[in-house]
Design a protein around this ligand. Structure first.
Ligand code: FAD
Length: 383
């Protein structure tokens, strides 16, 4: 852990570490890691997480949460990822995400039930591309008190079970109002909405492709205003990017620790792998890269904590930490050898998870373009 973090965050880290090692590890010992985690186990994790003050960290104070800041969330997410437990995904309560600024009727119908865990939403942003893709991104036209929505969304995580979708649409300009991007909250079972295809990605996530065939959606389901779609979609993007970076750093830490145990154990050729200078060189690179990634992660977390504009730094940190994780896991697989490729080996799993992190929340090269644009066009971004 980078030094100079306040004592309450050191206590938080130690509490999480003790929870993972002392309680989650025994709980998951008999679980089939690929099967659905039984409801009673999820319940135990949630209850303990509440008792330990972790559950509410992602939730606003208005609903009884503790709304932790960026630095505390980085400490928590990195420590959890460094524990490499399958149960850590049940620790935090549902956060508001894009619904954070929902008020009035939308707050009552969507935000509050989400925070209570009664409803779940999924984010429908990415458009299909390639052969067969529609010739325009998902669009909406006004019709009286409704929008008529047409198009497809290619990659909606959790879309098969979500109760509603937060859909980015392009509204056509007409005599009754301006055009632009907008966020519509669309119920899964609304007429004209269908799941075209359900699929899994290599890290194990479940997703759907959505289709809108002239779905009639009330204007009451517009989040914010027409024209605010992209800013709303990107509203909590810093948070998401730094979270992914923190998880990447934690996963890299776990990988390096696990690798250390492997290379310092016996090798069939006699002695230990760690006795060979060539292995030490490769191994040291993984440690050096992880060290640099963590230094970057904590600098960006402190900038965000101070309230400074750090949108470019968060994008850069997401790119760097996830790419370091890719190199660390790949290097660890190489040093462990063939057994690391056996399906079910921890490095085989981490390899698949690490790969997807360079695309989720913004593809690396797109974020690189954002970093350059930030400085060249907006004079924002630090070295
Ligand atoms: C596990 C997982 C979960 C996801 N969950 C969701 C979700 O819940 N909701 C959702 O909406 N989406 C989701 N996505 C989709 C994700 O957001 C997109 O995959 C990602 O934004 C990249 O978009 P794309 O796949 O359309 O690739 P494209 O945008 O087509 O880009 C593909 C590649 O082309 C290159 N490229 C593209 N444009 C440029 C450019 N201008 N300059 C240089 N190079 C370029 C880059 O190398 C890029 O990696 C998820 C993806 C994954 C892997």
């Amino acid at each position: 852990m980078p030094e100079s973090i306040p004592s309450d965050l050191i206590a938080l880290r130690d509490r999480i570490h003790a929870f993972v090692e002392g309680e989650l590890r025994p709980l998951e010992a008999d679980l089939d890691i690929d099967a659905l985690v039984p409801a009673e186990v999820r319940q135990i994790v949630r209850e303990r997480s509440k008792e330990l003050g972790l559950f509410g960290m992602t939730q606003p104070k208005s609903v009884g949460g503790t709304e932790a800041g960026p630095l505390a969330m980085v400490v928590a997410r990195e420590t959890l990822a460094a524990g490499n437990s399958t149960l850590t995904r049940f620790i935090f309560g549902p956060g508001p995400g894009m619904l954070a600024r929902a008020d009035g009727d939308l707050r009552a119908r969507y935000l509050d039930p989400v925070l209570r865990g009664e409803l779940s939403g999924a984010f429908a942003f990415t458009e299909p591309s390639g052969p067969g893709a529609p010739d325009r991104p998902t669009w909406a036209k006004r019709d009286g008190d409704d929008f008529i929505v047409t198009g497809k969304k290619a990659f909606v995580t959790g879309g098969a079970t979500a109760d509603f979708y937060q859909v980015i649409v392009n509204v056509d300009e007409d005599a009754s109002g301006p055009g632009g991007t907008a966020v519509l909250l669309i119920d899964r079972d609304a007429p004209g909405v269908s799941i075209e295809r359900a699929f899994q990605s290599m890290e194990g996530g479940g997703h759907v492709e959505l289709r809108f065939d002239g779905a009639r959606i009330s204007k009451a389901n517009l989040l914010g205003k027409v024209g605010e779609g992209m800013p709303r979609a990107m509203g909590n993007i810093n948070e998401e990017r730094i979270e992914v970076a923190a998880s990447a750093c934690g996963m890299a830490m776990w990988t390096v620790e696990h690798l250390t145990r492997h290379i310092t154990g016996g090798h069939r050729a006699g002695g230990r792998l760690s006795d060979r200078e060539g292995v030490r060189l490769r191994y040291s690179d993984l440690r050096i890269e992880t060290y640099v990634a963590r230094a970057m992660l904590y600098r960006t977390a402190r900038l965000l904590e101070s309230g400074d504009d750090a949108i470019n730094e968060a994008a850069a940190t997401k790119v760097f930490c996830t790419e370091v994780l890719g190199r660390v896991v790949d290097g660890a697989v190489q040093l462990v050898g063939g057994q690391a490729l056996i399906v079910g080996h921890p490095f085989e799993r981490l390899y698949r998870r690490a790969r997807s992190m360079r695309l989720t929340g913004g593809a690396s090269d797109i974020l690189r373009l954002n970093v350059a644009r930030g400085i060249i066009e907006f004079n924002a971004g630090r070295l």
